[in-house]
Write a protein that binds this ligand. Sequence first.
Ligand code: GRG
Length: 297
Amino acid sequence: MSASSIKTIISSYSAQVDAQLESILPLASGPAEPLFAAMRYSVFNGGKRLRPALCFAAAEAICSSDSNTAKVAAALEMIHAYSLIHDDLPAMDDDDLRRGKPTCHIQFDEATAILAGDGLQSLAFQQLCGLSEVAPSIVVELISMLSRLGGCSGMVAGQAIDLAATGTALDLEQLKVMHAHKTGALIEASVLMGAVATAQASAQQLAALSEFARAIGLAFQIQDDILDVESSTELLGKQQGSDATNQKSTYTSILGLEQARSEADALYRRSMQALDCFADKAESLRAIASFIVQRRH
Ligand code: GRG
């Protein structure tokens, strides 16, 4: 599939999730106006919408996507946006630039940024609770997945491992564990929740999607590490070279650029194999996976 067709697929999913986000995020008015403005600022400031795209594409690998998929995708994007707001705070990575714009706490203030993250997190779960046309057992399964993979068994634990490791050198295995939690868990949630929301996914299909997501999640992180070395602040929309500045262990610092690239390639191939059982139904997932390893920002 050509690069422009991949972009077309991702844009069509983005349009659907953006419409959903627009409808659920509170308007920036009333006594809590700064909070709502900060939530909107952090959601609508130019994210690539990769997690929603994976959610839609996974639903299509099983059968088809629908309005419930858009709601699940919006919940995932709100969790992602909250994680970035909190990650950028002075108490964590202390970053001023995100997506080429001032980070939430710089644009607003620290207290508002903390609340915006909190508000987005709870709104994500509220969104899942409001799913219609799916059985209550599916809603509970989706809530359980997002709390497990986005919370202290997944992404939040990854962030804690990362913070605890600051200033120490991790070996490759420790780095993998950290990234499988910090970045990989929400990517896995995106794929699995898109499939589960269809109510038609078999255990075998979920296992294959899980394998796909784990491989592409790690490849995503390796590409992130490569871009931190190779790209520019302008293209990345965040400070280039920040991993080295913050003395963080990365795939490139441990393996070197060339080996990091071949590791990402190997993971990409593994992710493709995991999709074999879906034949043509997984074309969009394949396209997004190739975008992930080829992306320049
Ligand atoms: C604070 C609970 C908590 C978690 C933070 C995800 C995360 C954990 C921190 C982000 C730090 C970081 C830059 C990780 C590298 C991988 C990553 C998640 C990059 C950003 O994702 P993209 O490229 O972002 O999909 P966009 O801007 O396109 O939405």
